[in-house]
Design a protein around this ligand. Structure first.
Ligand code: NDP
Ligand code: GDR
Length: 387
């Protein structure tokens, strides 16, 4: 039985990857952080009974800032494959805690590589490093002649997160070259899912629209609507992580859809899922910076099929405003990736396109928010979370 160790197993990608590897018969070990509340929601369905000796998913307390802890876990687990997915992964937040991000996302990668080397596991253990399209920085002049970022595009990170991840990228490459380790970077473009963290833009949008459609919320706030991202589905991308470690040679890979879309259009697509046509006033950002829901006919049909009472509340009202506090000191304006190498050399075929992704996320958030509606109907209070 193959043994895998996943850092960041409690995150979006970690949970899908654990599912995939368990399905392939792996014994899967994951590193989770100690927290004052349970933080394993995304993997609880995989982790029924920790006392069952046949349980193939095993969790260890740990942290990427703690070398001794990582070394001990790797020694105990003797993994065939390590997927280093753990990170402070929020770009905007990285401007608020740049030193911590450098420590976790940059040096954390070194700690994993060095532990494997010192334990004499360099030949046995393959390592996947969660690199990112943020390394490209979105500079137009760095795209290839076809207009995409690929494995040969110059790197120019635009945030403390990107700068920390570029250290992780280069140290992984360096250990591969210096010590002949099977260590690979996956330069993954944005990938989302119903399990996406609530403060990333796609999930923030689908949650808010689900709440608006169900009458639980009036409006929501976003930052830069003009940013363009190449969005794929996390399920497709974790499959590729595994494929990267099954390749003949250790290499670096770009994983993307090759299609780019503005945040503004993502909002429109998500509203369409609940039957609402959005009209953006003044190209989206007028002097007040708001967007209106104006298609009365379509919207009424949604409201009547959902929350009759709130019909009057939303027609013709602002449903989205711009809050400049979500702007970033330096922004990555446009990302679009070229996955040709992954498709041709590894045979990767994504199953989801953006329309499927939006549908999947909206369906899931509507179902989730309906539970809140049921709670309200039963007379319970629901907690308002800061978005
Ligand atoms: P998430 O933010 O959902 O998950 C991050 C995981 O890292 C969580 O399990 C988190 O634990 C854990 N973590 C955070 N800090 C530490 C630490 N100090 N020590 C150990 N673990 C820690 O990210 P995703 O699943 O979306 O992304 C996975 C990886 O891929 C990340 O490295 C991210 O930077 C990278 N990436 C993501 C892309 C995307 O679009 N999703 C694109 C390209 C790269 P906890 O649950 O306790 O917070
Ligand atoms: P990103 O994802 O920074 O690309 O990093 P995020 O969803 O946070 O932002 C995407 C774009 O949307 C704009 N935006 C907003 N973003 C957030 N979070 N909240 C808002 O209210 C908002 N309004 C507009 C942003 O300015 C940005 O342009 C993600 C993370 O998963 C990284 O870990 C990963 O490396 C990269 O994707 C690839």
């Amino acid at each position: 039985m193959k043994v895998a160790l996943i850092t960041g197993i409690t995150g979006q990608d970690g949970s899908y990857l654990a599912e995939l590897l368990l399905g392939k018969g792996y014994e899967v070990h994951g590193i989770k952080r100690r927290s004052s509340l349970f933080n394993t929601d995304r993997i609880d369905h995989l982790y029924q009974d920790p006392h069952d000796p046949n349980q193939r998913l095993k969790l260890h307390y740990g942290d990427l800032t703690d070398s001794m802890n990582l070394t001990r876990i790797i020694q105990e687990v003797q993994p065939d494959e390590i997927y280093n997915l753990g990170a402070m992964s929020h770009v905007k937040v990285s401007f608020d805690m740049p030193e911590y991000v450098g420590n976790v996302d940059g040096l954390g990668t070194l700690r994993i590589l060095e532990a494997v080397r010192l334990l004499g596991l360099s030949k046995k253990t393959k390592i996947y490093q969660a690199s990112t399209s943020e390394l490209f920085g979105g500079l137009p002049e760095n795209k290839n002649e076809r207009g995409f970022y690929d494995e040969n595009s110059p790197l120019y990170p635009r945030s403390p997160y990107g700068v920390a991840k570029i250290y992780g990228f280069w140290i992984t490459k360096n250990y591969r070259e210096a010590y002949n380790m099977f260590a690979c970077n996956g330069l993954l473009f944005n990938h989302e899912s119903p399990r996406r963290g609530e403060t990333f833009v796609t999930r923030k949008i689908t949650r808010a629209i689900a709440k608006i459609a169900l009458g639980l919320q009036d409006k929501f706030y976003l930052g830069n609507l003009e940013a363009k991202r190449d969005w794929g589905h996390a399920k497709d991308y974790v499959r590729m992580m595994w494929m990267i470690l099954q390749a003949k040679q250790p290499e670096d890979w770009v994983i993307a859809t090759g299609v780019t879309t503005t945040v503004r259009d993502f909002v429109k697509m998500a509203f369409n899922e609940v039957g609402v046509e959005l009209e953006f006033q003044g190209e989206g950002v007028d002097e007040k910076g708001f967007v209106k829901s104006i298609n009365q006919e379509k919207y009424t049909s949604v409201i009547t099929s959902n929350v009759e009472k709130s019909k009057q509340l939303f027609i013709g009202k602002e449903v989205l405003s711009i809050d400049p506090s979500y702007f970033r000191p330096t922004e990555v304006d446009l990302l679009i990736g070229d996955p040709t190498k992954a498709k041709e050399k590894l045979g990767w075929i994504p199953e989801y396109d953006l329309a499927d992704l939006v549908k999947d996320m909206m369906k899931s958030d509507i179902a989730l928010m309906k539970k809140d509606v049921d709670l309200l109907k039963a007379g319970h209070e629901i907690l308002k979370q800061a978005e």
